[in-house]
Design a protein around this ligand. Structure first.
Ligand SMILES: Cc1cc2nc3c(=O)[nH]c(=O)nc-3n(C[C@H](O)[C@H](O)[C@H](O)COP(=O)(O)OP(=O)(O)OC[C@H]3O[C@@H](n4cnc5c(N)ncnc54)[C@H](O)[C@@H]3O)c2cc1C
Length: 366
């Protein structure tokens, strides 16, 4: 049986692509049931969820971010609210938008237009790799795509305590060198985790010590790798999106907003492709362009991650105090939060399509 689009991975990125393709023949493949594979703290912008009709998944809204360093904390009021949300509910809502066919199977490889899975092979006109940091299909085509030295690792648990705001701790001596600890409240509970920019996977003892200091008990745990370096968004005949394309942001580790943003935009392009409004070459060029205009922002955050984690804490505190000045904070947040807006796109960063394309295609898409 042939599909218009086959999507490997049914988390944020894969479901966001599928949500833009109702009425098309779309197959989503994931080794876990939809909504069963939470790895993250699930913090993102309220406006991102609202733009996609996903606000029913919100658990708690947060209007400030607090960074704790040795001896000094910094409170950053947000210019627009963040939220923490329920992962299974969000996945179910996105899934309902798309009506794609789902099979629970492991994606194994690609043979021409055939996607091989543990449940048989399926033919797809377009294939999307949304399988997370492993990029299971694209890494078969391009074996050097996944660089282990460009992966961060995070581990998280849920504890019985409540609070307000998104909290981060940076204490390289007592907590974690080259990494952060966080607490994201979700109503009566809080998701507490640790993330290593070096990709260190032995985080359990440190996380347990942190919990013990706060007199809290660990309740389950989840986590995994997330990339901090972008990758090519088109590899061979494949479109890559979300962590598969290295679209998680450096320094902040925010990957949900980019996965939903690029997933939605890619889904819109693929719909135009299936409807014959765009050729495959035009869709590839447009998607590369959409990602390409954000490359300087990605590279800046990666550089900031490398530099800031090597600074003495006192120097870092001076920088953090500077960023907390209201005019500076407003500017930083406008740049950071404006990069993945899902409303009507404005200005060069919002353009959906490469300027070099045919004028007719451009008129329909810009
Ligand atoms: C501990 C931790 C906390 C985080 N907290 C946040 C946060 O609060 N906010 C934020 O914005 N980002 C956060 N992130 C980053 C964020 O989770 C990722 O960037 C985001 O999940 C990327 O979404 P994705 O859909 O691209 O990939 P994933 O969410 O990784 O989804 C990939 C999907 O592909 C499936 N898959 C993989 N291999 C196969 C295969 N062979 N066959 C079939 N299916 C397969 C997986 O089961 C999964 O469903 C966090 C990450 C971690 C590790």
């Amino acid at each position: 049986m042939g599909y218009d689009v086959i999507i490997a991975g049914a988390s944020f990125a894969g479901l966001a692509v599928a949500a833009q393709l109702p009425g098309k023949r779309v197959l989503l493949v994931d080794r876990k049931p939809i909504g069963a594979g939470q790895t993250s703290a699930c913090g993102t912008l309220v406006s991102t969820l609202k733009a996609l009709g996903l606000e029913d998944a919100i658990l708690q809204v947060h209007d400030r971010l607090v960074v704790h360093t040795p001896g000094r904390s910094f409170v950053y009021p947000m210019t627009e609210p963040f939220c923490t949300f329920d992962y299974p509910v969000l996945c179910r809502l996105l899934w309902d938008h798309g009506n794609a066919q789902f099979i629970q199977a492991a994606v194994l490889g690609l043979n021409g237009d055939q996607v091989q899975t543990s449940d048989g092979s399926f033919r797809g006109g377009i294939v999307v790799d949304a399988s997370g940091w492993r990029a299971v299909l694209a890494s078969k085509v391009s074996p050097d795509l996944v660089r282990r030295d460009r992966l961060s690792f995070g581990l998280e648990t849920t504890a019985r305590c409540q609070g307000d705001g998104l909290h981060f701790w940076y204490d390289p001596t007592r907590l974690l060198p080259m990494g952060v600890t966080w607490a994201f409240p979700i109503g009566g509970l809080t998701r507490i985790g640790m993330g290593s920019y070096r990709g260190d996977t032995v985080l359990s003892p440190g996380l347990d010590r942190f919990l013990a200091d706060l007199d809290l008990q660990r309740n389950g745990r989840h986590g995994g790798y997330f990339p901090h370096a972008r990758r090519d968004p088109v590899v061979g005949s494949l479109f890559l999106v979300g962590d598969a394309a290295g679209q998680c942001l450096g320094l902040t580790g925010e990957g949900i907003r980019p996965a939903l943003f690029f997933g939605s935009r890619l889904g819109q392009m693929l719909r135009a492709l299936v409807d014959g409004e765009m050729s495959l070459a035009e869709a590839r060029e447009s998607y590369r362009y959409l990602v390409g205009v954000r490359v300087p922002g990605y590279d800046l955050l990666c550089l900031a991650q490398r530099i800031l984690t090597r600074l003495p804490v006192a120097t870092l505190q001076c920088l953090m105090a500077f960023v907390s000045l209201p005019p500076v904070l407003r500017r930083v947040l406008a740049m950071y939060l404006g990069a993945f807006r899902l409303g009507a796109p404005r200005g060069p960063a919002g353009r959906r399509i490469a300027p070099s394309l045919d004028a007719g295609v451009r008129a329909r898409w810009n």
